[in-house]
Ligand binder design. Structure first.
Ligand SMILES: NC(=O)CC[C@H](N)C(=O)O
Length: 262
């Protein structure tokens, strides 16, 4: 860990906080605390210098204007790039995902330089916006069967090198041309899924915590978690399945023993 206390840094919630994405940071702190970890949430607004002693940096979604303001401020600040190079963990949703890539488009500008932390480019979509429930099969290395979320974006993201977070079962994800959502590397988890993503998929929060160097986690007892998170997850997955496909097949995958979902 960067210091003796586990620290989650919520990056610019004044600009990047659509659909309750700031909740991802709260969930990380909560699930660490439940395991006896001394954890702290540090909220940094866009007028402040970014805290460079975080273990996880959380970026949410945003409309085009705030997204442009956020990338300008983050470039000037320089800390996110530094901590990424040092291997600290980053969770980036939607606009946050686009910002950490090589470039993205807004409704006014075709090619806004991103921070260049991950090799993805986002172009303006020519088809309708991607709006609605998003359901993905998670990358097998995560040991989670399904990821549930909600997407609302115009940008279309192409991965130039590396792997997505998941394969899209329902919805669009990165772009219409393929069935990928997000990006996964040793220290980046990115996705188009709001929800917030970690509220709908607490097992992903745990995988992220497990990636933090030096963080010792006691196992989480079921009674500490409550059944709300599981119910929310099931309800959203069932909702998607109401439109198309077999509920039974998906529910079986959701509850399969090796899925490690909680
Ligand atoms: N929900 C979002 O974060 C939207 C991201 C970006 N402004 C787009 O429309 O593609």
């Amino acid at each position: 860990m960067a210091t003796s206390k586990f620290k989650v840094v919520l990056v610019y919630p004044d600009l990047l906080g659509t659909y309750g994405d700031s909740g991802n940071a709260e969930i990380l702190v909560r699930r660490a605390t439940l395991r006896g970890v001394d954890a702290e949430l540090r909220v940094v607004h866009s007028q402040e210098r970014l805290d460079d002693s975080g273990d996880v940096y959380v970026l949410g979604g945003g409309e085009d204007g705030p997204q442009q303001a956020a990338v300008d401020a983050l470039r000037r600040d320089g800390v996110l790039k530094e901590v990424h190079q040092q291997g600290r963990q980053i969770l980036a949703i939607c606009a946050g995902f686009q910002i950490i890539g090589e470039s993205f488009a807004t409704s006014d500008v075709d090619n806004v330089p991103g921070l260049g932390l991950i090799p993805v480019v986002t172009r303006r979509g020519r088809q309708r916006r991607c709006v609605g429930e998003l359901l993905c099969e998670a990358s097998s290395e995560l040991g989670i069967a399904l990821l549930s979320g909600y997407e609302n974006h115009g940008g279309q993201t192409e991965i130039l090198d590396g792997n997505p977070l998941g394969r899209v079962i329902r919805g669009v994800g990165n772009r219409y041309e393929d069935t990928q959502d997000g990006y996964l590397s040793d220290n980046v988890i990115a996705s188009y899924a709001h929800g917030p993503l970690l509220a709908r998929n607490p097992a992903l929060a745990d995988r992220l915590l497990e990636r933090v160097h030096g963080l010792e986690l006691e196992s989480l007892r079921r009674r500490d978690i409550g059944i709300e998170a599981e119910n929310l997850r099931r309800e959203r997955i069932k909702e998607v399945q109401g439109n198309k496909g077999s509920v039974r097949t998906l529910m079986r995958r959701l509850t399969q023993p090796n899925s490690r979902t909680v």
